[in-house]
Design a protein around this ligand. Structure first.
Ligand SMILES: Nc1ncnc2c1ncn2[C@@H]1O[C@H](COP(=O)(O)OP(=O)(O)OP(=O)(O)O)[C@@H](O)[C@H]1O
Ligand SMILES: [Mg+2]
Length: 336
């Protein structure tokens, strides 16, 4: 039981962090709180009297009317569209991912009303996409390592076993010496291959060499391995970031460079690193074909979501500046 006046209840309704609508059983909006105004870009008063479908993406409006009568036939409190990725439509036509709950409400003899709460779940969806993708990426990485061990290392060892057997059977001392030499070389090559694999799996030694030199070395490897030209303008940032911070920035630069190489359509990118005014700023810029920056992470890719997650994890921010025909600039700013 509340001991609140009508005015106080009204204020609570408006202060709710979730959007709240009261809808008639015919689908007419009868009330909307202030948060609905923020979420949908509609002044709440303008929504009153309009059909609820103005807040539903066009393509789903017909189906929504059908669902509405199902609810009024058997009204009980429930989330809407369980298992579906619901989206709601703003006044300007754009949409956002939403979680919607419905509950019936009847004051005395008055007709049935539906109380509908709306929550913007952009952030939760982004996190979910990221964790699902991260799990998938881990699985793929395991498969890649397993394949490399199987196809390369196991293969080399099998050949070695054959050679060693031949070595034991070889009667001629000259031939045995020559064969022994190839076995020795094979063992060295195999151990080099294992070492290379181990190195590729290990994070870079940021603590020892610092962020600038680690980025420099990565840029050189990209250049040598792919011919993609990476121009570097790097300042040492000293102790400005701890190891977690350095690793996050390093991984963001790595992904941004990989995107520039794979998607920009040019053969060159610039990487900058500087620290000033208590902030570390890293940038990767290309003047390639650019793209429309998605609202919630990438469509299928994990790269952009991962960069955003990493930036957030260390209290930094990621700016993605791109447009078709205008190149791309990825910028991360971290307070130090
Ligand atoms: N520098 C760039 N130039 C042009 N398009 C880009 C650039 N960076 C990203 N994009 C576009 O954004 C999309 C999403 O990038 P993201 O890194 O999230 O995924 P991906 O690179 O496709 O896959 P993943 O990173 O998971 O291997 C890319 O597929 C590409 O279309
Ligand atoms: Mg990518």
């Amino acid at each position: 039981m509340f001991l609140l006046t009508d005015d106080e209840l009204r204020a609570v309704y408006d202060a709710s962090p979730d959007g709240c609508l009261v809808v008639g059983s015919d689908g007419t909006i009868r009330g909307a709180n202030r948060r609905i105004g923020d979420l949908f870009g509609w002044p709440p008063a303008e929504l009153v009297g309009q059909p609820i479908e103005v807040l539903v993406p066009e393509a789903l409006r017909g189906a929504h009317e059908g669902h509405r009568s199902t609810f009024t036939d058997d009204p009980h409190t429930r989330p809407m569209g369980v298992g579906l990725d619901l989206r709601a439509r703003r006044k300007d036509g754009s949409t956002f991912p939403a979680e919607i709950s419905l509950s019936p409400w009847r004051a005395g003899e008055s007709p049935l009303r539906i109380v509908c709460t709306v929550r913007d779940v952009t952030e939760q969806r982004r996190l979910r996409t990221f964790s699902v993708g991260a799990l998938r990426a881990t699985e793929e990485e395991r498969q890649r390592i397993s394949r490399e061990l199987h196809d390369d290392i196991a293969q080399r060892l099998a050949t070695l076993v054959l050679k060693v057997r031949r070595l034991a059977d070889e009667a001629d001392s000259m031939a045995r010496k020559a064969l022994g030499e190839t076995v020795r070389r094979d063992v060295i090559d195999t151990s080099d291959a294992v070492r290379l694999m181990a190195r590729a799996l290990r994070p870079p030694e940021l603590e020892e060499v610092g962020l600038a030199l680690a980025i420099q070395a990565h840029a050189r490897r990209v250049r040598e391995a792919t011919g993609f030209d990476v121009v570097t303008e790097l300042e040492a940032v000293g102790e400005a970031l701890d190891e977690t911070g350095m690793l996050a920035v390093y991984r963001i630069v790595q992904e941004a460079l990989s995107n520039a190489k794979r998607h920009s359509g040019t053969d060159r990118a610039v990487v900058r690193l500087a620290s000033a005014g208590g902030r570390v700023v890293a940038e990767v810029e290309d003047s390639g074909k650019g793209f429309i920056v998605p609202e919630v992470g990438g469509a299928d890719g994990l790269g952009i979501i991962g960069m955003q997650e990493r930036a957030e994890m260390i209290g930094g921010s990621l700016e993605l500046d791109s447009a078709p025909g205008r190149g791309t600039r990825v910028r991360i700013v971290v307070p130090s």
